[in-house]
Structure formats: C-alpha cells, structure tokens
Design a protein around this ligand. Structure first.
Ligand SMILES: [Zn+2]
Length: 245
C-alpha cells in the first residue's frame, strides 16, 4: 500500500465516519497497514471529520514509535497493533461508535442470528467482546479471541471495530453493521424476528461457490424466534465460517 494513498484514505473515511454520525467529537480511530513495518494511523484528540493529510502519523510497527508526523498517537493504538499482529490479512482497521450498534453493545446484545442475507454473506455473525477500559491493554486482550475469525466485533459499553482488506472495505463493514443494527432494533421493537432457516442459510452460502458449503441439517421452526433455534443456527454458521478459513 502506497503511503500517500493510506493517508488520503484515512482523511476521506474519517470525514465519512463523522458526517454519518458514527463518531462524535474526537472519538474513533483509523489505521492502514502500509507494509509489514509501517502503519498510518490517526492522532489523538482530533475530530475525524476535519483531518488533513499532515495530521496522519506513520508509525513503526516494531518500535511502536512515530516516524513521521508531529501529533500524539491515538491512545487506542495498541488495539490496532494487536489486530495487525493477529491477522496477516488485515490491511485496515476502523474503530467507531455508531449509535445503534453501540446501543446494542451497551444492552449486551450480540448479532449472532442469521436474519439478513447480505449480512450472512458478508460479515457473518458479530460477536460482543467483554467490556474493557478504553485506551488500556484490556482492549486488545478483550478482542483477541474474536478477531481471529471475525472482521466485525462489538465492544461492550463502547463501540465497534471492523477489519478490512483496505480502509474502504473496513469502513463499509462498519456502515453495514450500523445499518443492520438499525434493522435489528426496529424488528425487535415490532415484536418478532423471523430467523432464516438452516436451509435458507445453506442456499445463501451456495451462492458463493468458492466458499465450500457443508450445512449440518437442523430442524428449525423459522416462524418463531427461539433461543434454541438461534443457538443451532449459530452453530451451523460458525461451522461454515470455520471451514471458510
Ligand atoms: Zn472508542
């Protein structure tokens, strides 16, 4: 990844995050892996809607020192470093506080049912990591087990992170998460959610022939929301996701 492009993308995506209300004030942080030694990352104490290229820092992955830029690095940098260490395929990370997704994370809800086809095919289930004090080493620790297999994770009482093959990919996952969270909430308020059956989930998975499908049959009454059904579908989906990797 070209250094200038990484910086340009951070400035553009920061603006989008702010304009879409996915961060308030100086919240949130973004990073892009330039190569195995360097990442571009946002500084602390800056509104993501109002950044210039000169605000973005270049940091050495090994020493964790700023090698270009004058500002102080975001306090959530350890979370970004740990994601790049854990996932070789991670090229960009977005951390934001989208309102409805964060409200679900406050309410202790994880998005682990198969409800919307687009989500099943793109993000999959979205786990909820335990609460961790922001800016401390508790945060990387709390997400460690989830980021191995998930590109999007809710952070209890805090917000969400998304991982992408570039910054646009990570951003669109965050946008998709918030859109899904809104639909999830409204359908909950309407009083019922029809969970996709395992057959329906299998058919969806078969739409992507490059991802081999092996659906374990399970009998689910898709008309009623029931935790046993949720659990079974979650198991099926988890096994599909594991096979994918
Ligand atoms: Zn945050």
């Amino acid at each position: 990844m070209n250094r200038n492009k990484a910086v340009r993308d951070i400035v553009s995506i920061g603006k989008r995050l702010y304009e879409k209300g996915m961060v308030a004030s100086n919240d949130g942080n973004l990073s892009v892996k330039i190569n195995k030694n360097e990442i571009a990352i946002t500084p602390t104490g800056i509104c993501k809607g109002d950044m210039a290229a000169s605000d973005i820092l270049i940091v050495d992955m090994k020493s964790r020192k700023v090698i270009s830029g004058k500002k102080k690095i975001t306090s959530e940098a350890p979370m970004h470093f740990s994601i790049y260490e854990e996932r070789n395929d991670a090229i960009a990370v977005v951390h934001a506080h989208p309102v409805v997704a964060t409200a679900l994370a406050v309410a202790g809800v994880q998005l682990d049912s198969c409800i919307l086809p687009e989500i099943v095919l793109t993000i999959g289930i979205i786990p909820l990591a335990d609460y961790a004090t922001p800016s401390t080493s508790e945060v990387p620790e709390s997400i460690k087990n989830y980021i191995k297999k998930h590109d999007v994770v809710l952070l209890a009482n805090h917000g969400a992170i998304s991982i992408g093959k570039d910054l646009w990919d990570a951003y669109f996952k965050m946008e998709r998460l918030e859109h899904y969270a809104q639909i999830f909430l409204v359908s909950k308020l309407l009083g019922s959610q029809r969970i996709l059956t395992s057959d329906e989930v299998c058919k969806l998975q078969m739409l992507s022939p490059e991802k081999p499908i092996e659906c374990k049959s399970c009998s689910v009454d898709s008309k009623v929301e029931n935790s046993e059904a949720d659990e079974k579908l979650t198991q099926v989906f988890r096994s599909l996701l594991n096979k994918k990797q």
